[in-house]
Design a protein around this ligand. Structure first.
Ligand SMILES: Nc1ncnc2c1ncn2[C@@H]1O[C@H](COP(=O)(O)OP(=O)(O)OP(=O)(O)O)[C@@H](O)[C@H]1O
Length: 306
């Protein structure tokens, strides 16, 4: 596969402070890439540099083979951007907002209608085009933003926390559109999110912390590497279970009446459970989650739900 985004040895300093320190990564064309990190990690700095808004201190950043420093207008033509803060004009209708954007992008007049129809169809808003943006729900506004980000037919769409603040159903809808864009249009999606279950849907994830990339892999590989399944056991005979766990060299933590045992030594755990089965009152196996991955790598919890 061809990388559509290539970042090599990128460093950004604000005065004496190094916000991003010599990072390198690439994103394959037509994939969904999640860029994660705790607050202040360097995500916005990197995205803003890729989107030609900030200047790099050093390194090279290419999008679709174009240099973000030397070929700004070519890069801008290749990317669509949806940032957290809405920049839609609330007094104008959806259609007027999109038309205005077509003017910014010098889209030929004869193509405007076709493009508006195309992008509004993608986000299921064709029937709402005459509505003023101010009258729309939060989820609909986000969909208009996505439509607008696509009107110049970019190859890469940057989405900064596209679902933050939306209810679960609307979030699920936004994800439908994102996956549709990837599958049907081969658009590369570069997104940030603090919903770990969303990160899991992506093809690749990079985690940045303190200005450095600390992990870069598929969600599956990261989970395999950084999480362990755990068994939660409740028993009628705690002394006996504790003795067995020690005997079989299984570490445990006792919490809220449960014994938490990591399930990596499955053979030994199963032996303990079979010997102890008469006394077990409850057992639950919990799979490792992407929250565990994030916590393990950064030592920090991802920001709680807004
Ligand atoms: N203009 C600036 N001048 C000085 N320091 C800055 C500036 N912009 C960002 N920083 C610092 O650079 C570091 C990285 O900031 P950045 O906004 O890129 O992080 P982030 O990962 O996007 O965080 P968040 O999730 O909170 O948006 C932070 O320590 C921040 O305080």
């Amino acid at each position: 596969m061809t990388p559509i985004i290539e970042v090599k040895n990128f460093t950004k300093r604000y005065g004496d402070f190094t916000a991003v320190n010599d990072i390198s990564f690439s994103v394959e064309e037509g994939t969904i890439f999640a860029f994660l990190g705790p607050n202040g990690a360097g995500k916005s700095t990197t995205i803003n540099t890729l989107c030609t808004i900030f200047e790099k201190t050093s390194g090279t950043l290419f999008i679709d083979g174009k240099d973000v420093t030397d070929q700004k207008s070519e890069v801008r033509a290749a990317i669509g951007v949806v940032f957290q803060d809405s920049t839609l004009d609330a007094k104008m209708t959806i259609e007027e907002n999109l038309k205005m954007h077509c003017v910014f992008y010098h889209i030929p007049k004869k193509e405007v209608e076709e493009r508006i129809q195309f992008v509004l169809k993608l986000v299921d808003l064709l029937g709402e085009r005459k509505k003023p943006v101010g009258a729309l729900s939060g989820g609909m506004k986000r969909r208009v933003e996505i439509a607008r980000g696509l009107i110049h037919y970019p190859k890469v769409l940057f989405l900064d926390e596209p679902t933050t603040g939306l209810d679960p159903q609307t979030r699920a809808h936004i994800w439908e559109y994102i996956i549709k864009l990837q599958k049907e249009r081969n658009i590369t999606i570069f997104l940030t999110t603090h919903y770990m279950e969303e990160a899991e849907i992506c093809n690749k994830i990079a985690i940045i912390d303190g200005g450095t990339i600390v992990a870069h892999d598929t969600p599956y590989a990261l989970k395999k590497m950084y999480t362990k399944d755990k068994a939660y056991i409740a028993t009628k005979d705690e002394t006996k279970l504790e003795q067995l766990l020690v005997q079989y060299d299984l570490e445990y933590v006792k919490k809220d009446g449960y014994y938490k045992v990591e399930a990596e030594n499955l053979d030994r755990l199963l032996q303990v459970l079979s010997i102890h089965k008469e006394d077990i009152t409850n057992i639950e196996i919990r799979k490792g989650t992407f929250n565990d991955v994030f916590l393990e790598i950064t030592g920090k919890k991802i920001r709680e739900e807004d």
